[in-house]
Every structure is written in C-alpha cells, then in structure tokens.
Design a protein around this ligand. Structure first.
Ligand SMILES: Nc1ncnc2c1ncn2[C@@H]1O[C@H](COP(=O)(O)OP(=O)(O)OP(=O)(O)O)[C@@H](O)[C@H]1O
Ligand SMILES: [Mg+2]
Length: 508
C-alpha cells in the first residue's frame, strides 16, 4: 500500500528550479532513502511534503487521497512527522517538556508525571532509552535525535521524515537508531531517510531514490544496487576519496601545543594536558571517538574556549587565550564544526559571509568604508573557485543547502591564506562530490606549506588525509602514529587500549 504519492512536483526559488517534475512514492512499512548531492533538492521536496513550502505544481496523495498540503498543521493531522536537518529543541527544557511543546498537554494543566509516563511507554515500545526527566542540554546529540523522533510519535505520526539524522551520530548511535527504526516499520510506520552515507543506505534501507539538480535520477530496490552504482547516479562522475598525499618533508613548527587543559560546558576537564606540534607542510589528524575532547581542544586553539592551563603558539607567537582577532592575525584560519552557530551569519548574503572578518583587510577598504566593487569581485571569484551553487552571491547564506554553506566557509577561510588551518569535522553533512572537493582543498593547503590540524570522528577521513595521526582518548593524546599503522591498532587506541612497547617487541 502506498502511503505517500508525490507526482510531478515542481518548485522554483527565483531562477533556481529546486524540484522539477519530481515523482516520489513511499510504501507502508518501508525505509525509503533519499540520496543526492548537496543542493539536489531533497530537503525542499520533504519540506513540501510537510507543508512548509508550497509547490508551484504537482499533486500529493496521502493514503490514496489527494490533499492540499498547506501547512505543517495539515501534515501532522495527516500523520506526517519531520525531524529537520538541524534540531529544534530547547536545551533548558526537559525531554518531556520539549516533546509536548506546543500541544495542549503542555499548557496550563501540564501534568509532568503523567506525560513522563507517556514518553516512557513509547520509549519501551521502540527501544529509545531516553530519560524523560533529563534536560536536553545534558544529552548527547544521539539522544537528542531520539527526542525529536519521539516528538513526532507523540503527535501520532505514522510517516516519518528524517532529514540527515545520522550526520552527527557515532557509529554506535547509528546502529541504535536503526534498531528503533526497524521496530517502527514492523509496526507499520513508514520512514523517509535523507542521508549522504551510501553504506547506510545499503545496510539499513529498502528502497532508494536518487536526486540530482532538482530531478529524480532513479528509484531502485536497495538489493538491486551497489556502492558504485549509487555514487555514479548521485554525482554523475567517478569520485575518488582514496589517499592522495605526495611525500614531503615538513618544515618549521607552526602550531605548538604545550600541556593544554580545557574544560567542557559543564565545567569538567575534558582536555587533560595535550602537547602536540604541527609543522609547515603536514596534516596532523586527531582521531578519536566523539566526546573525547577533540572539539573542545580545537575550540580552545581558535580562541572560542578558555585554556585553563598550558600554552598555544601559532607561528612562534603565544596566542593562549588571546582574542580571536589576535589569533587570526597570528596566521590561523578555521573551519568550525557547526556551520550555523559558528561559521556563517545566515541572514547575511553569501558575499558578506565570504568577506566576514576580512573587512579590516586593506585591500577591501576605500578610506574608511568598504570598497564594494572589490568585495564583489573577489566574492564572485571565490564562489566560482569553490563551486558554490547556485552561483548567486546576493543570496542569503541561510538559503543555501548545507553543503554549499560549508563551501562558503571553506572559501573564506582558505582565502585568508593562513599559515595554520584548523579543520573541525570539515566534511560533515557533505555529499561525496563535495567531500572530495573539500579534502582536495585541505591537501592543497598542506602542499603549499601550511600546517593543518584536522579533527574528525570519521576514521577513514583521518586515514586518507593525515601525515601523522594523534589518537585522543579521554582528553589525552594516547599516541601519535603513522597512517600506515594497522586500522585495528588505531581502533584499539581510540578505545583507550595502548599496547606497551615491551609487548610489541615481544610480539616482534
Ligand atoms: N527558502 C529557499 N529560498 C531560496 N532557495 C532555496 C530555499 N530552500 C532551498 N533553496 C535552494 O533549493 C536548492 C535545493 O536545496 P535543498 O536544501 O533542497 O538541497 P538538499 O538536497 O537538501 O542539499 P543538502 O544535502 O546540502 O542538504 C538549493 O539550490 C537551495 O539553495
Ligand atoms: Mg538538505
């Protein structure tokens, strides 16, 4: 039985035809993956199904009935729930309060105990294991994700749209999530899953629809496709993500960390004395399971988090707890892990975002004002070079797809021509074509003699980009190894297991 039938859906944003004659169906009880490059139109199509955008033409049927999807309220009434690419929870509220927010139950007669029980029932039924009384700020992202799903279930959704739910999850959390999703589909729920991870599509879903440039390329049974097939349909060309680093001898130390200690948001030490050097012309990758202090360390280096003890030097200058300005001037650029909160000003145009922080640069100044023609020219050039799509620098950054927002940040940071580049989860949420692109730009920086510190929870990424790999565990660098080290050994280190030198020599 078909629960969703979208036929010939079209929508344009100005010149940009985001969905062109898109047909999409969802069967009852299936997990249907929606795959496609950044900007292909996946979120747009789902926003139409959820009543957030109104399509220019096309029809939508739910359970065989044609409907006018004029608002999310209508969609919810029809049993559709959506978890967005970026969560919309209120950190200071409890799980239960978040789940019932906006419903009549959370009004004047808010009976927390009774509602906690309701949440607990769903928890048990689908194996979510979320504490209803916990505050959202206390929860890891994997659990927050489940809160978002519970929120749709409480509203009686039978059709779930999950927009890149796994982009920020660790492998275990992903596994967990899909166990729950399977429980849902067994009970007759149907799931649309947007993702960039093809392995995930192959492992956990039933059917897949691939989109490219606003159109559907194909819909296939997962059993009748494979990795190469999917990649080819997605980007329409071969993609090479394998290691491509020419050997080169590193130069001077450009980034030096000495016994750095940093606290997390709860005031606990999360980085416990990290010492590390990164030289000109090398990429040092920090490998580790999410939550072992790698992001906090990165934030401390770039001036977004206080350094409690220890010292950071950039190009020989002490930048410990210096202002972000001073750190930039010392020669540092950085690709942040959360492009919405830290990387972009979403209501600003692409052009403005591209020169953010560069406005003090003399080449963009005319007297005391900005030289707008110069800004325009170099923004246009950057947009071309970094393939920002659509190529319209007057567009608000918030209107770009996730992957294209990331390209804007990368363009801006690299164009500062820094000596030291800190890249924090630089390819999160990107399609494979864009991942290839971003990685090649990072390697370029290294080849041009810059020092790069890469933090990624994706071990494949670390292996394919690093000259040396520092493994972080519970806020300490357990070891620094070469990228030829067997993966199992690195995996053990990431889990906190370090083989002693004697043991290794005994083994031979
Ligand atoms: N509200 C909007 N106003 C203008 N343009 C928009 C708007 N929403 C989306 N677009 C444009 O529509 C196109 C499709 O975007 P969409 O967000 O659907 O891509 P996506 O496939 O979800 O990409 P990603 O994988 O990066 O999330 C993009 O070119 C985007 O810039
Ligand atoms: Mg999207």
């Amino acid at each position: 039985m078909k629960v969703v039938e979208m036929e010939n859906i079209c929508i344009s944003f100005g010149e940009n035809r985001a969905n062109q004659d898109v047909c999409f169906e969802l069967e009852k009880g299936e997990v249907h993956a929606l795959l496609g490059e950044n900007g292909a139109g996946k979120s747009t199509l789902m926003n139409i199904l959820y009543g957030l955008y109104k399509c220019d033409s096309g029809t939508i049927k739910i359970n065989g009935q044609e409907v006018q999807m004029d608002s999310p309220r209508t969609a919810i009434k029809l049993g559709i729930g959506m978890v967005h690419q970026h969560f919309m929870l209120i950190p200071q509220f409890t799980v239960t309060k978040n789940i019932f927010l906006g419903m009549k139950e959370s009004g004047f007669f808010f009976n927390e105990e009774k509602l906690n029980k309701e949440v607990q029932e769903l928890n048990d039924r689908f194996g979510f294991n979320v504490d209803p009384t916990a505050y959202v700020w206390q929860l890891p992202v994997g659990v927050q994700q489940k809160v978002e799903i519970l929120k749709t279930l409480i509203r009686k959704a039978k059709i779930l749209i999950l927009d890149e739910p796994t982009a920020v999850l660790t492998p275990n959390e992903v596994e967990d999530l899909f166990v729950s999703i399977r429980k849902l589909t067994k009970e007759g729920y149907s799931v649309i899953l947007i993702t960039h991870k093809m392995e995930e599509v192959l492992k956990y879903t039933d059917r897949v629809t691939v989109m490219r440039e606003g159109k559907v390329v194909a819909t296939k049974k997962v059993s009748e496709t494979n990795l190469n097939d999917l990649a080819a349909m997605m980007v329409g060309r071969d993609v090479n993500l394998s290691r491509n680093l020419k050997p080169q001898t590193p130069g001077d130390v450009l980034l030096k960390l000495e016994n750095v200690k940093v606290k997390d948001n709860k005031g606990q030490y999360i980085v416990n004395g990290v010492s590390l050097e990164v030289r000109a012309g090398e990429i040092v990758g920090i490998a580790g399971v999410d939550g072992n202090g790698q992001l906090e360390l990165g934030e401390a280096i770039v001036g977004l988090r206080k350094i409690e003890e220890g010292k950071v030097e950039i190009c020989g200058q002490d930048t410990t707890n210096a202002t972000p300005h001073k750190i930039l001037d010392a020669g540092l650029a950085h690709i942040p892990d959360d492009r919405h909160k830290k990387g972009l000003v979403l209501p600003f145009t692409v052009k403005e975002n591209l020169i953010l922080g560069l406005q003090r640069d003399k080449q963009y100044c005319k007297g005391i004002t900005l030289d707008y023609r110069k800004v325009e020219q170099s923004a246009q050039k950057l947009a071309e070079e970094f393939d920002v799509r659509p190529r319209n620098i007057e567009l608000q950054a918030g209107m770009l797809s996730g992957g294209n927002q990331q390209k804007v940040i990368l363009a801006r940071e690299v164009s500062r021509s820094p000596e030291v580049l800190i890249a924090l989860l630089p390819t999160r949420g990107l399609d494979i074509g864009a991942i290839e692109f971003v990685r090649s730009k990072i390697v370029n920086e290294r080849n041009n003699g810059k020092a790069v510190l890469l933090v990624s929870t994706d071990l494949d990424e670390i292996l394919s980009l690093s000259d040396r790999i520092a493994v972080i565990y519970k806020g300490e660098i357990l070891d620094v190894v070469s990228p030829d080290t067997p993966v199992e050994e690195i995996g053990l280190l990431m889990g906190g297991v370090k083989r002693k030198a004697e043991e290794v020599s005994q083994v031979g």
